[in-house]
Ligand binder design. Structure first.
Ligand code: GLU
Length: 498
């Protein structure tokens, strides 16, 4: 690639960072970093009613959490291109200049149709089985007549919007980086569209062109849902005689189970980065999983670091087929990452025990090594998010259940149960403190098997019950070894039946 790559991620601060938007950010970032280009953040906040408080902050925080950095953005201005928020650009008159230019050349016009009229028109079109489209209100009028009509509307206090005059029967065609050749005729646009709203704000499809041009964006990589916007944007480039950037529309993300488009309203599917963050998913895992949504590397491997993605990035390897969002795969990817980054994740895992009220901050600090061992034995390798560790470790490491009546009857009040419990207790009491290790404890149990000729559950369950007060759990000798002799003896003493 010869030209300098300049790509952007242009979030609207309307909510938290969605998986789909995170993917757009990640691939633009990879594109820039792979080719030594520049990655820019631009805030598209002209739809004032949809902006939410802290929407921008949350977007940027989550990008940072994912390990994405940017060369320019609202917090990192390059004076050549600043500002990076569209509302600020609008306030400086950046868009007005171009709107005025289009009005002067007749490529755009002021439109005074009221909402009520527009609604009537749409209803009539629906009845006539026509696709909704805007009907040009000044058809057949001379310039003078148009002026008069506008003056009248103005006089009765109507507010105007500015509409782009869509060229008739014109094909808009581009070589999409993902989809290949795409051609959309101007007939399919829905008629003259609004470029400036009554409140003076430019619309997305207009502002995006002005900004991409002024910011010298070379490639626009975004979600499939923007395909229908591209012809509108291309006609604005054409109207100004500007070269359009290359476009790429990444595959639609669908829910694996249903095959339906991932919908932000579907509350059964966690789809915001924040939600996974709260559950204790690792940023490396999220990046890894998202980096495979609609893009595939050479080979079968599925676990990659950001650096590897950067190296491997190839704009020719986007997939055309829908990208499946599979929460089970995400859980698997996160599990793989947790296993390989155990040391890094450990403080977070320990913190989960604090959050669950099992230990306090002081203990978390002082007993880190011991807690790490507990976490290991409790089954950290089987969990998909750090938040799952607390319920796993709670019993018997931090709390003890009461032994159930059934368990007591089945395993402790039998002859075999009594024999096993008494013999184990005697041997464990005799085991020296520094011998209190998993292999020695296991040896004691094996010896009991031999001496008493009892094996399997009749051997293990009484021992498990008196030491942990449960019949199930992780590796017993390891539990006892990590919790120590005092803990074990105390638990046995609490088991009144023995
Ligand atoms: N603000 C638009 C969005 O959030 C950006 C679309 C684009 O990349 O052009 O969808």
């Amino acid at each position: 690639m010869i030209e300098k790559i300049r790509v952007r991620y242009a979030p609207s601060p309307t909510g938290h960072l969605h998986i789909g938007n995170a993917r757009t950010a990640i691939f633009n970032w990879l594109f820039a970093r792979h080719y030594n280009g520049q990655f820019i953040i631009r805030i598209e906040d002209t739809d004032l009613a949809r902006n939410v408080k802290d929407g921008e902050k949350s977007q940027l925080d989550n990008l940072q959490w994912l390990g994405i950095d940017w060369d320019e953005g609202p917090d990192k201005a390059n004076s050549k291109y600043a500002p990076y928020r569209q509302t600020e650009r609008a306030a400086q008159g950046v868009y007005q200049k171009y709107i005025d230019e289009l009005l002067a050349s007749g490529k755009a016009y002021k439109s005074y149709k009221t909402e009520a009229t527009l609604k009537e028109e749409r209803e009539a079109q629906a009845q006539a089985h026509q696709a909704p489209h805007y009907v040009y209100e000044y058809a057949g009028m001379t310039k003078e007549q148009i002026k008069d009509a506008q003056a009248k509307d103005e006089a009765v206090g109507l507010k105007s919007v500015v509409r782009f005059r869509v060229p008739e029967n014109h094909d808009y065609q581009w070589q999409d980086l993902v989809k290949g050749e795409v051609k959309i005729n101007s007939k399919e646009i829905g008629g003259d569209w609004v470029i400036q709203k009554a409140d003076g704000m430019p619309t997305y499809n207009f502002a995006v062109v002005i900004d991409d041009h002024l910011m010298e964006i070379t490639h626009v990589l975004r979600g499939d849902d923007h395909v229908s916007n591209t012809p509108k944007q291309l006609m604005v480039y054409e109207a100004f005689g500007w070269k359009a950037p290359a476009f790429g529309h990444m595959a639609l993300i669908i829910k694996a189970e249903t095959g339906k488009k991932l919908s932000k309203r579907d509350e059964d599917t966690l789809q915001f980065i924040e939600q996974y963050r709260e559950l204790g998913y690792l940023p490396e895992a999220m990046f890894n999983f998202i980096g495979l949504l609609g893009w595939s590397p050479v080979g079968e491997n599925e676990i990659f670091t950001r650096e590897q993605f950067k190296e491997m990035f190839d704009e020719n390897r986007f997939t055309k087929a829908n990208a499946k969002f599979d929460a089970k795969k995400l859980a698997w990817v996160n599990n793989q990452w947790m296993r390989s980054e155990k040391e890094k994740v450990m403080p977070q895992l320990i913190h989960e025990l604090v959050k669950a009220g099992l230990i306090n901050d002081q203990q978390a600090k002082n007993d880190a090594d011991h807690l790490a061992k507990i976490i290991e034995i409790a089954g950290v390798d089987g969990i998909k998010a750090t938040s799952e560790i607390a319920p796993l470790a709670e019993y018997p490491f931090f709390k003890l259940h009461d032994i159930s009546k059934e368990d007591r009857q089945s395993w402790l009040e039998t002859d075999d149960g009594q024999k096993v419990a008494a013999a184990f207790t005697e041997k464990i009491k005799a085991l020296a403190e520094d011998e209190f290790k998993a292999d020695h404890i296991l040896q004691i149990i094996r010896d009991l098997q031999h001496d008493l000729q009892i094996k399997g559950r009749p051997l293990w369950n009484p021992i498990r019950l008196i030491t942990t007060h449960e019949v199930q759990g992780p590796n017993l000798p390891e539990i006892l070894a990590v919790m120590g002799k005092d803990w074990t003896i105390k638990n046995i003493q609490l088991t009144v039946a023995v």
